[in-house]
Design a protein around this ligand. Structure first.
Ligand SMILES: [Zn+2]
Length: 497
């Protein structure tokens, strides 16, 4: 039997505010444990939360950009459960009146346009973080002696710096029909959040996290199969691997006539497999109830209008503009807008007079390769090479001042070391020799030194041309303009029969 894959995804995006959701503590990443805390986020008795308006506004923009219906009267709820990283024994979240519902996002997977429905968008606070024995021993964040560290062997510690960090949770309907679609959805959503400027989406720092649910059903069936939820997936790559593993595992189950158990499974990244979570850990009854310490949030028309106006041009509109106004091929436009920083940089280049297609070729080719090799992101580009200097380099290659290959090397150095290309070219004497008068003596000498190649060339042996060019290049240490040399060789041969 042929099966269809059914996937839904839940995303937790950390909202890019400086302060936590209900107190003034900093949300900075990487501070020593328990230094960014106060009585509110550590759940002391008698304290009261105060809602961070900016965080709520960011979540509202996200819900609007995901085409959600906005609940103008919305409220926060308590999700009750006990866990050592949750000092209040409840998490403030939304359950009954989610900020945004019934949204959708468009994406393109495998050459097909798809719409993924968004079940809801809501705001909630993050929990703290447990440091397990291996983290404790390896962490460089503790300013403690070796002896003190040794005394902590085998202990699990808690760090409440993350507790109370504002999160926006985005839940899809089970609308994805392949692992690839799920991958494209994650990338499209991350790109949207970056365009909105509401999250930095640094997955390695935990500011964007995903959980997936997946089931299989016979093709043509309208009923869903038993759903497996996957947790502990820390990167998009891990989500993709975990989903691929589950497709295989569930297919095998069904092929052997076994039912797939409805359960939560944990992804083991190093082992490359999922395993069932202990059932005790998933016996949740959250007993949600409206948060009594916070008043409901009323979104009036003016606030809604301001939030709508704060949404910038998003990737699909920008892609269309790059094609229609700048004449880029759709493929180029798609690559450029997939990363907001890259698209911004491209726009800067065009503003500085770069020909759009030339700038796009450089960015999609050499620049992305160099960034990739250096483990850098397009967001790192402007700090290392200004759009103005980059345009300058493109012009130097186009007018033949430097050879194309030299230009690529100079670009790589500029990005790696942050040096202006023109300075590198002058300092290293990398200008091409295009001046015929300057090249003539070298060409004449080369022809004189290689009579055999000259007669071969006259007899029409093409490889002799390459040999002579190579000799001129050698004599000029690669700086001769190849086109100028080829023209000169042809002219000299015609002049001296
Ligand atoms: Zn605090």
């Amino acid at each position: 039997m042929q099966y269809e894959v059914v996937i839904g995804l839940e995303a937790h995006a950390q909202l890019a505010t400086k302060a936590k959701l209900f107190c003034g503590c900093s949300t900075a990443f990487g501070a020593p444990p328990n230094t960014l805390t106060c009585p509110v986020c550590t759940g002391h008795p008698g304290v009261l939360p105060v809602l961070n308006h900016t965080a709520f506004d960011y979540a509202l923009r996200t819900a609007l950009a995901l085409n959600c219906h906005i609940n103008r009267h919305t409220a926060l709820d308590r999700k009750n459960y006990y866990y050592p990283d949750l000092p209040k024994n409840y998490q403030i979240s939304q359950n009954y009146l989610n900020l945004g519902v019934n949204g959708q996002i468009g994406l393109e997977a495998g050459g097909q346009a798809r719409r993924i429905r968004i079940h809801n968008v809501h705001i909630e606070e993050d929990a703290g973080k447990l440091l397990h024995p291996e983290d404790v021993q390896q962490s460089t964040l503790f300013d403690i002696s070796q002896e003190e560290r040794a005394a902590l062997a085998g202990m699990t510690l808690v760090d409440l710096n993350r507790a109370g960090t504002p999160l926006c949770e985005i839940v899809t309907e089970p609308d994805m029909r392949s692992v690839e679609e799920a991958h494209v959805y994650m990338e499209t959503l991350a790109s949207l959040l970056l365009y909105l400027g509401v999250s930095d989406c640094r997955m390695q720092e935990g500011s964007l996290r995903f959980e997936a649910s997946i089931s299989l059903r016979p093709i043509g069936s309208t009923q869903y199969g038993n759903r497996v939820e996957i947790k502990n997936v820390n990167s998009m790559k891990a989500v993709v691997r975990a989903l691929e593993y589950e497709v295989q595992r569930q297919t095998d189950c069904l092929a052997h006539g076994e039912a797939v158990a409805r359960e939560t499974r944990l992804w083991d990244d190093s082992g490359g497999r999922t395993a069932p979570m202990r059932s005790k850990e998933q016996a949740h009854d959250y007993r949600y109830f409206p948060e009594p310490d916070l008043v409901p949030v009323e979104i009036d028309a003016a606030w809604l209008e301001r939030a709508r106006a704060a949404i910038p041009e998003l990737a699909p509109a920008r892609r269309r503009r790059f094609v229609e106004q700048l004449g880029l091929p759709d493929y180029d436009a798609g690559v450029l807008v997939s990363d907001k920083a890259l698209a911004d940089y491209f726009q800067d280049c065009v503003r500085h007079g770069a020909e759009p297609k030339a700038a796009s070729n450089w960015l999609m080719g050499t620049v992305l390769r160099v960034l990739n090799e250096g483990n850098l992101a397009p967001a790192d580009l402007p700090g290392r090479l200004s759009a103005e200097s980059f345009c300058d380099l493109i012009r130097l290659v186009e007018d033949g001042t430097v050879a194309a290959n030299t230009g690529k090397q100079v670009l790589a150095e500029a990005i790696a070391m942050g040096q202006a290309p023109r300075e590198t070219i002058e300092r290293k004497g990398l200008r091409q020799i295009s001046d015929a008068a300057e090249l003539e003596a070298v060409v004449l000498q080369t022809l004189k030194d290689n009579p055999k190649a000259v007669s071969d060339l006259r007899e029409g042996k093409k490889q002799a041309q390459g040999f002579l060019m190579g000799q001129v290049m050698k004599a000029t240490r690669g700086k001769a303009n190849p086109r100028a040399v080829a023209e000169l060789i042809a002219r000299k041969l015609a002049e001296a029969p």
